[in-house]
Ligand binder design. Structure first.
Ligand code: IMP
Ligand code: MG
Length: 458
């Protein structure tokens, strides 16, 4: 496992996304800078596309705290690290370029940028096809309308995949026209309106020609660069997952899933990094949330759900939709720990549920039996709640929104960060111990702040 002087970490979501991976990646960057500041840091995206939304806070050039949401670019922009786009990403050059430009303007971003020559390009027609299907299907998925499904179909179909290599080469115009011809039926239905195929092709060319000129310099055979320039040189590598295990194209709640392979093993197979050298960190939000369609067995359609959604500000970073809140579902987390080959777990947002009665689902009732496995069909599963927890982190009843950054709370936060997990309230310690036993994988950090402060084991 990890050389202590080199941060090699992979962050993946254990539920339905929005577990707080972005902020943990940000913390990891800060840690890498402290551990070995002479070394470079690269933050890598390995799957998904602009369906993701990572909300991060950074200090801008004026010295103020600025909120930044990345969709296409890895969150290393804020921490001013090198960034890389793996071959299995749905790469949206328009959004990517916009985010890089914003990063330069806001934070003076000037890291090395690497884009796998193999990555497929996500175009506006993918977005239109996705939107059309959402509007016209009986069976909606509730996608983010970013074209993810349509993009991965084109990738799998092969002739319709425009790689980054194609995109930056002289053959781009011809390749694009050839692909549009192959997709004619679909484009007629969902995209063209009163335009011809030629019109559409010209439109895309005029949008993309300036972008591809600028991005050409970033094309890499990424598997070699990560291995030779980073891993072997003692540089830091931080892999940033998007979405969560229950949305994985094979292992999620089919068909209410995204279209990418988002488990950690896919990071290793597509980036060419040895599994044994990288620490896989599963990120679990203490209460799960879900956006879009699909069952969440422990969905809290009660006061708990309402309070948590409000205090936790559970609104989608990409779509602005309300996220549905659930009670902790440990079956799902345990399975995700297994699928991702996690070494450890970080639990986020223990502050949001403080002062609330937290019941935990440890078994399902299914087919008249008690079950400790997650079946494919969750529609007839009834959660069984066997444990209850309650903690008070701030030692006081706080007026209004308990997450307000008042002094007393800030002091309490600083105290917990100092003492580590053993200094936390008793019931939270009991929660962690029970969780460790149930999962067979330890919690090594607990999030207690919207800014991402983590209480670790000391
Ligand atoms: P798509 O990935 O846009 O096709 O959406 C498919 C499903 O995944 C929908 O339920 C989305 O709400 C969900 N989804 C996709 N990306 C994210 C994410 O980053 N966070 C949470 N849910 C997501
Ligand atoms: Mg998100």
């Amino acid at each position: 496992m990890n050389n202590t002087k080199q941060v090699l970490e992979c962050y993946v979501g254990l539920q339905w996304g929005d577990e707080g991976k972005g902020r943990l990646v940000d913390n990891s960057i800060e840690r890498a800078k402290l551990i070995n500041p002479e070394k470079r840091i690269v933050v890598v995206r390995f799957q998904g596309g602009p369906n993701a939304g990572h909300t991060i806070y950074g200090t801008n050039l004026k010295g103020e705290l600025a909120k930044f949401v990345t969709h296409a670019a890895p969150s290393g922009i804020v921490g001013n690290t090198d960034i890389a786009i793996g071959p299995d990403v749905a790469f949206d050059p328009e959004k990517f370029k916009r985010e890089i430009d914003q990063g330069r303007e806001l934070f003076g971003y000037n890291g090395r940028i690497m884009i796998s020559e193999r990555v497929g390009i996500l175009f506006d027609y993918h977005r239109k096809i996705d939107g059309w299907r959402e509007d016209n299907s009986e069976r909606k998925i509730g996608t983010t309308r970013n074209g993810i499904g349509a993009f991965y179909e084109d990738n799998a179909r092969r002739q319709t995949r425009i790689t980054f290599r194609d995109y930056i080469s002289d053959r781009f115009h011809d390749r694009l026209m050839a692909v549009l011809k192959l997709k004619l039926d679909e484009l007629l239905t969902c995209v063209l309106e009163d335009r011809t195929l030629d019109n559409l092709c010209q439109e895309l060319i005029s949008v993309h020609d300036p972008i591809r000129k600028e991005l050409t310099q970033f094309s890499e055979r990424l598997e070699y660069r990560l291995f030779e320039d980073y891993l072997n040189q003692g540089n830091h590598i931080i892999i940033e997952g998007a979405q969560g295990t229950m949305l994985d194209v094979n292992m999620g709640t089919i068909p209410d899933i995204t279209s990418s392979h988002l488990l950690a093993p896919n990071a290793f197979s597509s980036l060419g990094l040895p599994r044994t050298m990288v620490k896989v960190i599963g990120v679990e939000k203490i209460y799960p949330t879900r956006v879009g369609e699909g069952i969440m067995p422990t969905e809290a359609k009660d006061e708990f759900g309402e309070i948590v959604a409000k205090i936790g500000d559970e609104i989608g970073a990409t779509t602005g939709r309300k996220r549905r809140v659930g009670y902790p579902d440990w079956l799902i987390v345990k399975r995700s720990v297994l699928l991702n080959t996690c070494n450890e777990i970080i639990v986020t947002r223990a502050d949001v549920v403080q002062g609330l009665n937290l019941k935990v689902c440890t078994d399902y009732r299914f087919d008249g039996r008690t079950l400790r496995e997650v079946p494919l069909d969750l529609s007839s599963v009834v959660p069984i709640y066997t444990s209850n927890y309650w903690w008070d982190l701030w030692g006081t009843e706080v007026e209004g929104n308990p997450l307000h950054l008042n002094q007393k709370i800030e002091d309490a936060r600083a105290h917990y960060v100092e003492t580590g997990i053993k200094g936390l309230p008793n019931d939270l310690i009991r929660y962690i111990a029970d969780h460790d036993r149930y999962m067979g994988c330890p919690i090594t950090g607990v999030g207690i702040s919207p800014k991402g402060e983590i209480v670790s084991r000391k």
